[in-house]
Design a protein around this ligand. Sequence first.
Ligand SMILES: Nc1nc2c(ncn2[C@@H]2O[C@H](COP(=O)(O)OP(=O)(O)O)[C@@H](O)[C@H]2O)c(=O)[nH]1
Ligand SMILES: [Mg+2]
Length: 359
Amino acid sequence: MQIGLVGLQYSGKTTLFNTLSEKHSEASNAKEETSIEIVKVPDDRLENLTKVFNPLKQVNATIEIFDIPGLKMSEDNKVKITSNFLTSVRNNDALFYIVRSFKDDGVLHPMDSINSLRDIEFLETEFLLSDLAFLETRIEKIKKEILKSKDERLKRELPVLEKCMAHCEKELPIRTMGMDENDVKLLSGYQLLTLKPLAIAVNYDEDSISNVDSEIKQLKDKLQKSGAAIIPFFAKIELELSKLSDDDRAVFMQDYGIKESALSKILRTSYEMLGLHSFFTVGEDECRAWTIKKKYTAQQAAGVIHTDFYNRFIRAEVVHYDDFMKYGSFGKCKEAGVWRLEGKEYIVKDGDILNIRHS
Ligand SMILES: Nc1nc2c(ncn2[C@@H]2O[C@H](COP(=O)(O)OP(=O)(O)O)[C@@H](O)[C@H]2O)c(=O)[nH]1
Ligand SMILES: [Mg+2]
């Protein structure tokens, strides 16, 4: 899973990125290149399974976070979107739009004043224009191609693209169209920007913590049509806190009134937006958490572990994590009747422990 942090220059992307990374260095991407960090998804359930099985290694699920710079002021005092920037943005599964709301006279704002709504609308509009331009060209091209060939796929694509175009023309992002899954799959190669799940992460300073809830509520009201999640965070304080031990951090977070860390918010929101959850595999060699789509069947989940497991799938042995912790061993789970053999159509649940039987 790839998550992209985008936003105007000096909004706090790199500061947030450093909070998430294990290095916790001070902000810098002076070279203006995209940085990548592979973040381990913390999971108490996996920690507990590791305590039971004492495996050689524990493997957490991971997500890749991209710090994408590029939205800076050009010489004519305007923020320009480049095609390089859009290419970096397209590669992500979900986007976090980092918006500045912290006040600091020592830090420039590329649009000269703090106005989070304006900044959000700026990027949304640019993404919408980019999708519109793409859709227009693509629709023209497909229409011509359909006349020449009888390509069935193109014929199915055309009405979907036209619906997207009509939606964008109403200045609405494609993510709010309620497209069915097959249509989404049909368009997946195009990487339409306003189809990507979007979270708007607003960066506040410590003086505003007490006003945050009411400000976020106002933004939510104004941005209802964006279909975006909206979350507050505190880049600068959280970078300081990320350098502390877990216990100290918990104490300071409480002092500041920060209920959940930026990392936890980003992971939770990403899983929600993308419709993901986790299952586990356990054993003496490794205990591991895997990330899958919520609707995945046992066979699809097996395929995430290994394509051979998909092709040669026979059955899945399944115990839910809660049952396993309640009874303490697979043997006891069998006696209690909570250990099951499931076929390939079984829909895997969050927290299932799976063992795939294959030929
Ligand atoms: N006062 C204050 N400064 C911040 C905050 N977040 C970021 N900064 C500062 O703003 C500057 C730009 O931040 P940076 O993360 O590099 O922004 P980017 O251009 O979006 O990557 C740096 O000097 C940061 O230390 C914040 O919450 N409060
Ligand atoms: Mg940066």
